[in-house]
Design a protein around this ligand. Structure first.
Ligand SMILES: C[S@@+](CC[C@H](N)C(=O)[O-])C[C@H]1O[C@@H](n2cnc3c(N)ncnc32)[C@H](O)[C@@H]1O
Length: 243
């Protein structure tokens, strides 16, 4: 058995997915309001930029992994139109239900599937675009997940990874104060759960920085990888092409 990290804690690999599930089971019903509060609405701009970079066309096939409450899946579905497909997936049923309910409220019915990003139940070469927003950080074997994402893409297809990243040094002190002092308090106040938001802050610090994730994606089979920093590196959008 090997160890991995769950935030700053070292845990057995077999426990990580269970601990992550506990976090998202706990926050699912307040996830969207917390996203707006914590990021002061910025997550909407980060996702809008991701949708612009995706540059989808009518009829294309998209897989959204760790799709949660469905922000990206919803925006992608509008772009691929009725001849395209967006598959909305997540490992967590509570998060996926929130997303599916929101989509239904807006009159959108998408194929929705519980699945693990590390074991994708799709044939090789099925999608034009795969996306994973704020999800890769939570996966136990990021290398396995990236190789799976590569496998299910068509040749020339693209993977978009939107994730928290390494902030520019001049902003680091203020960001640490906000992450470790303010975030858990907002979490406690709104969602009744400080620990899950402490995990969020810690897991961001443990996630590979921009260049390290680029290397990991290349090792996962992406011939070309580039990234775009946003908000001073608070988040980065990595784009990998299956060559
Ligand atoms: C921070 S939420 C992001 C949700 C959504 N993509 C967004 O940007 O708002 C992270 C999501 O990753 C999911 N997740 C964690 N581990 C996963 C795995 N191994 N496979 C698929 N999804 C996973 C969680 O269940 C959770 O819904």
């Amino acid at each position: 058995m090997s160890d991995t990290h769950f935030g700053f804690q070292t845990v057995d690999e077999t426990q990580k997915a269970q601990r992550v599930r506990g976090v998202f089971d706990s926050v699912a019903s307040k996830y969207d309001v917390m996203n707006d509060l914590m990021s002061m609405g910025l997550h909407r701009a980060w996702k809008a930029y991701t949708v612009a970079v995706a540059d989808l066309r009518e009829g294309q096939r998209v897989l959204d992994i760790a799709g949660g409450t469905g922000d990206l899946a919803r925006a992608f579905a509008r772009r691929v139109g009725s001849t395209g497909t967006v598959v909305h997936t997540d490992i967590n049923e509570a998060m996926l239900r929130q997303g599916r309910d929101r989509l239904l409220d807006e009159g959108q019915v998408l194929p929705t599937l519980i699945c693990d990003g590390e074991k994708l139940p799709f044939a090789t070469g099925s999608f034009d675009l795969v996306s994973v927003a704020f999800g890769l950080r939570n996966m136990t074997h990021k290398d396995v997940a990236l190789a799976e994402m590569n496998r299910v893409l068509k040749p020339g297809g693209r993977l978009l990874v939107l994730e928290f990243s390494k902030i520019a040094p001049p902003l680091a002190k203020a960001y640490d104060w906000y992450s470790f002092k303010v975030l858990p308090r907002i979490g406690q106040w709104v969602a009744g759960d400080a620990d899950s938001y402490r995990y969020l802050a810690e897991s961001i610090r443990m996630h590979p920085a921009q260049e390290d994730l680029k290397t990991l994606m290349k090792e996962g089979g992406f011939g070309h990888v580039d990234y775009h920093n946003m908000t001073g590196g608070v988040v980065a959008l990595h784009v990998g092409i299956k060559c």
